[in-house]
Design a protein around this ligand. Sequence first.
Ligand SMILES: Cc1cc2nc3c(=O)[nH]c(=O)nc-3n(C[C@H](O)[C@H](O)[C@H](O)COP(=O)(O)OP(=O)(O)OC[C@H]3O[C@@H](n4cnc5c(N)ncnc54)[C@H](O)[C@@H]3O)c2cc1C
Length: 413
Amino acid sequence: MSDSDAARHVVIIGASLAGTRTAQNLRTIGHTGPITLVGAEAELPYDRPPLSKDVLKSDWSDEVVEGNRLITPTELDELDVDLRLGIAATGLDTVARAVRLADSTTLAYDVLVIATGAAARPSPWRPESGVLQLRTLDDARAIAERLALREPVVVVGGGFIGTEIAAAAIGFGCPVTVVDPVTEPMARLVGPEIASSLVELHRANGAETRFGVGVVDIRGTAGDLTVVLDDGTELAASTAVVGIGSIPGTDWLAGSGLTLENGVVTDGGLRAVGADDVYAIGDVARWPHAGRGLHRAEHWTNASDQARFVAAAIAQGAEAEYASSDYVWSDQYDWKVHTVGHRDPNGTSILVGDLAVDGRVAVVHADAAGDAVGVVTVNWVRALNQARRLLMTGGSARSVADQLEQLAPRAAA
Ligand SMILES: Cc1cc2nc3c(=O)[nH]c(=O)nc-3n(C[C@H](O)[C@H](O)[C@H](O)COP(=O)(O)OP(=O)(O)OC[C@H]3O[C@@H](n4cnc5c(N)ncnc54)[C@H](O)[C@@H]3O)c2cc1C
């Protein structure tokens, strides 16, 4: 790193996980130049995964919320960062190397990090009131307020976030129905072997599921909604929570010359295509993933890892290709679901253990050649840790499954 590199002004747009961690990593590595961190939300940066887990509970408290801040005011002082909260970036001029802000000022940069994440995909159904979505702390507050009424809730979307919200609503004591047009919505994430067990788990906890049917309309107002399904069924609900994916935060980059295709397209080093000294990281970035081609991940570990990677590239001139750990977790009631790597739709899977008997299970996913490409575990952290190591060294799915089998309680007995 040259002295002039260390003194460069780094501007980070988006003050959530990816943005905050970039600033922190830059200082840890020894970047001495100015850092400006700009965030559209007025809140001190906070972590999102707890919004559908610990935070969304009937015993919601400000203490839990404060415990999930990504940085404390004291740490912020020590970081020596110009933090500008409650102000959005509205445009980017890569030739002048300047970002336009919502207050009509401009911010010059030497290096720009785009970390504007994603927003909930807007609900196509917009009755006067009663339809909520979850992405921000304010969203979680609004949902908790409705769940506290213990009135019927329809959750639209049976992915991880939708089902976590459903579990939270059950925890509040609400009658809950989860609707999704796909017959096994979680199979895409965890494979059919575990998806069906997760559906059973939700049913056993009292959630109704209407899978394989879509929503065509939501009418009424909060407290008196009708959710109309495409098979003609009408579900009465007090609240509907719509969790149908997210869209990357790229609106402000229109006309900037960057390549925007379902995210900011980058090269393997996370440098935005179309400009110098501009990086994109976290949920907004779409980079060439070694196994999946251009890929945008919406997962915590990826955002955090990319922040570390880019900080090293900026402060140390590290020249490498970003390699994703592809690690995701979800809490479903008291089950801990972890996935590492991915599932090849053309491949096969091997089941290790029996959820019904052992209360834990692993599924090893193979590609068409039989090589292990991913592992999903439920309630089995030891197998997860072992799988992460084994996937790094490579090998057949059969050999990974055999080694995980050795950890199974019955094999150990
Ligand atoms: C409810 C919920 C539960 C989740 N649970 C899990 C989980 O269990 N496991 C997991 O792996 N992942 C989970 N995730 C995903 C994880 O939280 C995200 O991957 C992570 O937050 C991505 O961080 P990010 O900084 O890239 O983007 P974001 O967290 O989306 O942050 C982007 C920030 O940029 C700001 N911004 C946007 N546009 C502008 C602009 N023009 N100017 C200035 N600021 C702007 C936004 O306001 C936001 O604060 C969950 C997400 C949600 C919403």
